[in-house]
Ligand binder design. Structure first.
Ligand SMILES: NC(=O)C1=CN([C@@H]2O[C@H](COP(=O)(O)OP(=O)(O)OC[C@H]3O[C@@H](n4cnc5c(N)ncnc54)[C@H](OP(=O)(O)O)[C@@H]3O)[C@@H](O)[C@H]2O)C=CC1
Ligand SMILES: CC(C)(CO)C(=O)C(=O)O
Length: 314
């Protein structure tokens, strides 16, 4: 039996936030969780991120399932897992997606989109997404909207005269550019804050400023003067542009710990492979600082030595 509900996969912070957003847009939502059931009533706290005078708490009725309990077909699905879980998550629900389903993902990083595209059927459409919103899961069925931001989706494989995204106001033509811009921010702020155990704003302090600027200049050179496969979408990211963008985000989130800082601190898997790892794999050895940051995150036993070298040699 076919349903017109959205299927959201991943009941973490972003999955809960987006389930509530879709409910507010009057869609039915079926939510797939992996381990802990969120039940059938979600609550959204927008007190930290709401516009003035708008309600700050809302409750939303949904249906939640484990993938093995699904018994319907869906023509629109939104994956809200971490990048490293995306392909497994896709495989767990793929039998329940229609032949022409719209398949959207909101994970940070690059590299996994192409791998997912390879797995889709010919008439299914992959919509890559990126968000600068902040969300924090505070209970299995409760999410706090911690930062206002923008969310964009666009076709991973552009096609002329194709059908629009099921949420047209979120669709952009230049999604690759948006993904590269977000990748650049994550590639600088996340590993530096994670390995030195600092807040986002600290990368602008005298202790880290040289590392921040040199790592950013190196990235800008790669984005503007290399044979990067997404060069047409990264050419505008010269040193000044990139330093301004990243400084602004570091300022705006100065008291936050980046997601990678939290992941290392709590000894969880990080998205390193889809951020610095992706860039290094594309760079033909032209990103030595980025490679060192990648290595310092990936290899705890080398971390202290790399941290000292990075601060002494740049
Ligand atoms: N939170 C935020 O403010 C922001 C997050 N992002 C990005 O959004 C993405 C999601 O982040 P976030 O929500 O914070 O991460 P979370 O870790 O909170 O949520 C990911 C969820 O996906 C679930 N999951 C993993 N594999 C499967 C599967 N096979 N089937 C069903 N569920 C699965 C996890 O389940 P389990 O509980 O079992 O681990 C977890 O609940 C990341 O790429 C992140 O970088 C981007 C901007 C801001
Ligand atoms: C923008 C930034 C750096 C905010 O903390 C982020 O996206 C993250 O932590 O992953």
């Amino acid at each position: 039996m076919k349903t017109t509900s959205w299927l959201v996969v991943g009941a973490g912070a972003i999955g809960l936030l987006w389930t509530c957003k879709l409910k507010k847009l009057n869609f039915n939502v079926h939510l797939v969780y992996r381990n802990q059931s969120p039940g059938n009533l979600l609550s959204l706290d927008e007190s930290l991120a709401s516009e003035e005078n708008s309600p700050t708490f809302s409750e939303h009725k949904i249906k939640s399932f484990q993938a093995s309990q699904l018994n319907k077909s869906y023509d629109k699905v939104l994956f809200c897992t971490k990048a490293y879980d995306l392909l497994d998550a896709y495989q767990s629900v793929q039998a329940h997606l229609t032949k022409d389903a719209d398949i959207a993902c909101l994970c940070n990083g690059l590299g996994f989109q192409e791998r997912l595209q390879q797995k889709l059927q010919k008439n299914q459409t992959l919509w890559a997404g990126t968000t600068s919103e902040g969300a924090l899961k505070i209970a299995p069925n409760k999410v706090k909207h911690t930062g206002l931001g923008d969310t964009y989706f666009g076709r991973w494989c552009p096609t002329k005269n194709a059908k629009p995204f099921p949420l047209p106001s979120f669709e952009v033509a230049n999604i690759h550019q948006r993904l590269v811009e977000k990748l650049a921010i994550n590639a600088i702020i996340n590993p530096i804050t994670a390995i030195y155990g600092i807040q986002n704003g600290d990368i602008l302090s005298p202790d880290y400023e040289h590392l921040f600027k040199n790592a950013t200049r190196e990235l800008a050179h790669f984005f503007t003067q290399s044979d990067f496969s997404l060069l047409e979408h990264s050419q505008h990211l010269n040193s000044d542009n990139l330093i301004n963008r990243i400084s602004t985000v570091a300022q705006l989130t100065r008291l936050n710990r980046s997601s990678m800082h939290e992941d290392l601190r709590l000894k969880r898997q990080t998205e390193n492979e889809f951020i610095s790892g992706y860039l290094v794999s594309q760079s033909k050895n032209s990103l030595p600082i980025q490679a060192a940051l990648h290595q310092a995150v990936a290899k705890p036993e080398q971390r202290e030595e790399i941290k000292k070298k990075l601060l002494n040699t740049v």
